[in-house]
Design a protein around this ligand. Structure first.
Ligand SMILES: Nc1ncnc2c1ncn2[C@@H]1O[C@H](COP(=O)(O)OP(=O)(O)OP(=O)(O)O)[C@@H](O)[C@H]1O
Ligand SMILES: Nc1ncnc2c1ncn2[C@@H]1O[C@H](COP(=O)(O)OP(=O)(O)OP(=O)(O)O)[C@@H](O)[C@H]1O
Ligand SMILES: [Mg+2]
Ligand SMILES: [Mg+2]
Lengths: 258, 258
């Protein structure tokens, strides 16, 4: 059974893209077949996976707005067997407005994924932009699980209530299967007391949903995308790579049935 | 003459709020009278300035959607003479959709600011959410200057083209006075080659628009909001505070007439 997971948090810069890319790379290195769907008009996940996404190329935009089959959009990630990507292009920036008057505007991505043969996949990871607009709603409707990356910084807790409320709304009206299955603590800087305070807060509030593995702040993680690689292949021995491999293993062990 | 400046970048987590808050604190400490307008539904700037913004409180939302005068929204920042804030509440999350059918939807903030007595102010700094929707467009229409914070990380350059195009569109159709007056390099981590590469790239591309002052990554900067303070008052001797004071001085020296 293919697990469809949306990586969402409207707070900016918390590690959504970094988590989507590095979990996908690690899962595929251990034999899973993974598709990353890039729903962010900036296309950071497409860049990190070294997948072409210049203006005019067929992209997720075409699947959402013109019902283009995903098979025409999905492309293999160079050098990473088992890993593929449905890239985002800048056209996606206009999609939120274009979708507003459309029929079934919240479930365009669901239709595209259902028409795609996911039986050959183990995971679909959907990277979202930093907002709770129609692109993120489409991702929440298409998925069964939500993974929320939470940066170990003070502002991290402020927007959570709004995100939880949006997930509830989507579950209530659009997708009854949706649940917050995973919370991942990211950019943990052991030098500051603040990071451990935020981590403790999150664990006491969300309990077992929070992965035991914490992703440390690691320069190698932020350097990897400039080489079109995940940190898993760029520097496998770095603390960031080791943590993402651990987190992927923990994620794989948690069955959705739990 | 009051300078109205929008702090925008749709890339998430690049230091928009941190820049708005710490420039405002520094300018007001040196005698300027500054208003911070928080246009981000998460209300991070309101939090950092220790201004009440629970649900139901009058906020920028009411000025945008119900034409409530800004005088009823603006409140003094505790302990910081000369500094005031128009806070954001969670209601603002719905504003983008509510504004879509409204008359003059892009210039609601402009009307609110024009009706407000800015002659008693030296600066209005507008903090934006990480998107290019109607809230950010309202900010771009209301302002004469745009300050773009650019994080010294790889993804920082990806979304810039889209931002520049949006500024051009607003200047062409909605606000002929608008110009990108300032670019500020943020979260510079001297330990990585990547940071200096990004900084060099940005300088060679934008020239003198880029402030000479660079904001270093500094733990004290990220701790300050948890005390409801700017880093300027939380730890004035920290590298982050010193850099923001320098940046504020440089900004003040650059007259808009240049
Ligand atoms: N563990 C880490 N250590 C160091 N840097 C990191 C780490 N995780 C992410 N980063 C860096 O922090 C920045 C923000 O991360 P990322 O872009 O993944 O966040 P995001 O939530 O996807 O942002 P957006 O809200 O814009 O989509 C990037 O420059 C990234 O390289
Ligand atoms: N110079 C710095 N050194 C260390 N941490 C910083 C620095 N500047 C900002 N931060 C931290 O990085 C995170 C992102 O900064 P901030 O929230 O200001 O960015 P933003 O662009 O406003 O984010 P959003 O896109 O969500 O509005 C915050 O936790 C902040 O405290
Ligand atoms: Mg991202
Ligand atoms: Mg912000």
């Amino acid at each position: 059974r293919c697990r469809i997971m949306t990586i969402a948090n409207q707070k900016g810069g918390v590690g959504k893209t970094t988590t989507a890319v590095n979990l996908a790379a690690s899962l595929s290195q251990h034999g899973s077949r993974v598709l990353v769907v890039d729903l962010d008009p900036q296309g950071n996940a497409s860049t990190a996976l070294d997948v072409e996404h210049h203006v005019g190329r067929v992209s997720v935009y075409n699947s959402l707005v013109e019902d283009r089959p995903l098979t025409e959009v999905v492309t293999a990630v160079p050098g990473m067997p088992g890993l593929s990507c449905a890239p985002a292009t800048i056209d996606l920036a206009g999609a939120e407005i274009e979708l507003v008057p459309m029929v079934a505007r919240e479930s365009r991505l669901t239709r595209a994924i259902e028409a795609f043969d996911v039986s050959a996949l183990d995971y679909v990871l959907i990277d979202c932009p930093p907002s709770l607009g129609l692109l993120t709603v489409n991702a929440l409707v298409a998925a069964e699980e939500v993974l929320i990356p939470i940066q170990c910084e003070y502002y991290a807790l402020e927007g959570l209530e709004q995100l939880l409320r949006t997930v509830d709304l989507v579950r209530g009206h659009l997708n009854g299967r949706l649940r917050i299955s995973t919370i991942l603590l990211t950019m943990y800087d052991g030098r500051t007391r603040l990071a451990s305070q935020v981590a403790d807060d999150v664990r006491s509030h969300f309990g077992d949903v929070v992965l035991r593995t914490i992703i440390p702040r690691s320069v190698r993680v932020s350097e990897a995308p400039s080489y079109g690689q995940s940190v898993i292949t760029y520097d496998p021995a770095s603390s960031g790579a080791i943590a993402y491999v651990e987190a992927a293993r923990e994620l794989a062990m948690r069955s959705v049935l739990s």
